[in-house]
Ligand binder design. Structure first.
Ligand code: SF4
Length: 467
């Protein structure tokens, strides 16, 4: 049994008290800007940071250089995200020199890395406030203390096993919303830093999740994304055991129109979940199933705990039960020791599955993980040549797939105007493909039926079919 700590209501009330005290402070910082790196979990954490700052009386400032507080919500999953984050923070040091009242904050996964708190204290004296992933809810207290004392508040604790309910959230869309169902990960894939910086798996209770979804539905939200590092193992740590399939079933009963979820570990994908997706009309026909490699030897080195055969079997099962499902994946190229033969296995698997699209990455060593110590680093030119081949293959597959969709229809949630043309709407199909179409009598937030008429490299074009 894990040692999840649900932050008591008294503590959350104390944070609300800090928010009120901050709001009443004379001459306090008035505006904020948040820079977010990384995945949806981080994007959602930023919505919580914004929610708390608004509760503290602060207002969003579009231009980061003019904000009184600039908060960097960092990611450390890939080396370049980390470098970019630190580069941007360092650059703000110059701005701070001309904007003396400016506060610089840093939080998120990177802050939780071993030695980072020390590095912030010693090497980055211009950072005023820093906190880790398990104590995001303490932002009102940390910021209040930093402002009142005029001293730095570098509060990076190893507290990662918490669940804080009732944190205010400033959602970035009135129609789509993230809902976290679980935090952390127990899998320790050998290349991944997440279990070290986000802690062990801990699930929110069904009651808390349903209350949030029902609230969102009342506010007019039409699509939710259930978030977790590995949603397929949702509920295993709860006293009252409940599976992710059961959770999806219960969320479906709330009447929310579209449900998505992210991310799924293939080893935990159960037949029960496949059946639930097949029978639950609110669940969008899209499944993100990261394979990472098509080579059994590399999968073992990655500690993924499935074989390519087991993965392909799950793909087969899900496609048999839900023929119109769209599959997407993540693939890591040039993992230590990856031979040409291993890479060819990945190419063959990609060919065989025929994903709608794939996120492809060159392996990036993360200090503190097992893979970082593995021999057999792949030279950059080989890694780059391999990823280019993989990208070309996937582009061909995507093009074939888009071609096959011409003339067919899917429901699309209108999310905004197309960036290129104001007269066009843009939205996401059930299969999670971006679609552009002529703006007629509908509004952003509507769900419309669209017939696909042509395609580009990554998007479809279509026309609204009136019922
Ligand atoms: S399942 Fe593996 S890759 Fe995903 S977060 Fe957990 S350890 Fe990282």
């Amino acid at each position: 049994m894990n040692t999840t700590i649900r932050i008591p209501e008294e503590e959350m009330a104390r944070q609300r008290e800090y928010a009120s005290m901050f709001k009443a402070l004379p001459g306090r910082p008035e505006t904020y800007h948040i820079v977010t790196y990384g995945c949806q979990m981080n994007a959602h954490d930023s919505e919580k940071l914004a929610g708390m700052l608004e509760e503290m009386g602060m207002k969003f400032c579009e231009v980061k250089e003019e904000a009184d507080l600039v908060l960097h919500n960092t990611c450390c999953v890939r080396n370049n995200a980390e470098r970019k984050a630190m580069g941007n923070v360092t650059w703000l040091k110059e701005i701070k020199a001309t904007h003396p009242g400016m506060l610089i904050g840093i939080c998120g996964c990177m802050v939780q890395e071993e030695g980072m708190a020390d590095a912030i204290l010693r090497r980055y004296p211009f950072i005023d406030i820093a906190f880790g992933t398990g104590t995001v809810y303490k932002l009102p207290e940390n910021l209040y203390k930093a402002v009142v004392s005029g001293r730095r508040n570098i509060a990076v604790s190893q507290e990662q096993n918490t669940i804080a309910e009732g944190v205010p959230i400033l959602r970035s869309s009135p129609y789509q919303a993230y809902v976290t169902v679980m935090y952390g990960c127990n899998n320790f894939c050998s290349y991944c830093i997440v279990p070290y910086v986000r802690g062990r798996e801990r699930s929110r209770t069904l009651r808390d999740i349903l209350a949030e979804v029902e609230g969102l539905q009342k506010q007019g939200v039409r699509e939710i994304m259930l978030l977790g590092q590995n949603v397929n193992s949702y509920g295993k740590d709860l006293e009252e055991h409940i599976s992710f399939a059961q959770l999806l079933h219960e969320v479906g009963k709330t009447g929310i129109e579209r449900i998505r979820f992210m991310t799924s570990h293939p080893k935990d994908l159960s037949d029960e979940l496949i059946e639930e997706i097949a029978g639950n009309k609110a669940v969008c026909r899209h499944f993100h199933l990261p394979v990472q490699s098509g080579s059994n030897r590399i999968l073992e080195q990655m500690n993924r705990r499935y074989t390519r055969e087991a993965y392909l079997d799950k793909v087969h099962r899900i496609r048999s039960a839900v023929p119109d499902i769209g599959l997407t994946t993540d693939i890591i190229v040039a993992f230590p020791g990856e031979t040409e033969e291993d890479f060819e296995d990945t190419m063959r698997l990609t060919e065989e599955v025929g994903y709608d699209s794939a996120f492809t990455f060159i392996y990036s060593p993360r200090e503190g993980t097992k893979a970082a110590l593995m021999p057999g680093r792949i030279p950059d030119d080989v890694a780059s040549e391999r990823i280019q081949r993989l990208i070309r293959l996937q582009e061909e597959k995507t093009e074939q797939f888009f071609k096959s969709l011409i003339g067919s229809c899917d429901s699309v949630l209108i999310t905004g105007n197309s960036k290129r043309d104001d007269h066009m709407f843009t939205g996401k199909s059930g299969r999670n493909i971006s679609v552009n179409f002529e703006n007629t009598d509908y509004s952003i937030g509507d769900i419309v039926n669209v017939r696909f008429t042509s395609y580009g490299k990554t998007t479809l074009r279509g026309e609204i079919i009136k019922e």
